[in-house]
Design a protein around this ligand. Structure first.
Ligand code: DQA
Length: 154
C-alpha cells in the first residue's frame, strides 16, 4: 500500500473536567491559552504528522468513558488529560484498559510539584507514557510521541 493510500490514523484527544475554563482558570498554573487555542494547534500539528484528531472536552466521567469506548471502534491512539478524574476514576482506568492502542496521559501542570493527592494517578496504570508540566506544548509533544508510537519503525 502506498503512503497516499494508507488511512490517516485517528487520535482521540480527550480533556476532563474544568479544562473548558483554560485561559481563565488559575492561569498562573494552567497558562493563558484556551482549549480552543490548543485544539487549533493540535489540528495543525496532527496534519503535519499525518494524523487526524477527534478533540473533546467533558465535565462528566461517563461521557469520557463513552468517548474512550468510541475510540475502540475507530481510534488508533488516545491522548488524555483526565484533569481531576486522574486522581479518582477507576471507571476511566477500566475503559482505558479496554483500549488496545497507545495511550498518552497528559497534564499541563507538573502534578508532582503540587498537592500530594495529585501525585497519584489511576490513569497512569493504563498509560503508555505520561507528559506533565510543559503546559500547552505538552499536547504537541504528545502528538509527536503518538506518531512515533504508531510508526511501523518505532
Ligand atoms: C491537570 C492536573 C490535575 O491535577 C487537575 O485536577 C486538573 C488539570 C493538569 O492538566 O495539570 O484539572 O490535569
Amino acid at each position: 500500500m502506498s503512503a497516499s493510500e494508507r488511512p490517516v490514523p485517528l487520535i482521540y484527544v480527550l480533556n476532563g473536567p474544568n479544562l473548558n475554563l483554560l485561559g481563565k482558570r488559575e492561569p498562573e498554573i494552567y497558562g493563558y491559552r484556551t482549549l480552543a487555542d490548543i485544539e487549533t494547534a493540535c489540528a495543525a500539528r496532527a496534519d503535519n504528522l499525518g494524523l487526524s484528531i477527534a478533540f473533546h472536552q467533558s465535565n462528566h466521567e461517563g461521557v469520557l468513558v463513552d468517548l474512550i469506548q468510541a475510540a475502540r471502534e475507530d481510534g488508533a491512539g488516545i491522548i488524555i488529560n483526565p484533569a481531576a478524574y486522574t486522581h479518582t476514576s477507576v471507571a476511566i482506568l477500566d475503559a482505558l484498559f479496554s483500549f488496545e492502542g497507545p495511550i498518552i496521559e497528559l497534564h499541563l501542570s507538573n502534578v508532582h510539584r503540587r498537592e500530594e493527592f495529585r501525585s497519584h494517578s489511576y490513569v497512569s496504570k493504563a498509560a503508555t507514557g505520561v507528559i506533565c508540566g510543559l503546559g500547552a506544548q505538552g499536547y504537541l509533544l504528545a502528538l509527536e510521541a503518538m506518531a512515533a508510537q504508531l510508526s511501523p519503525t518505532a
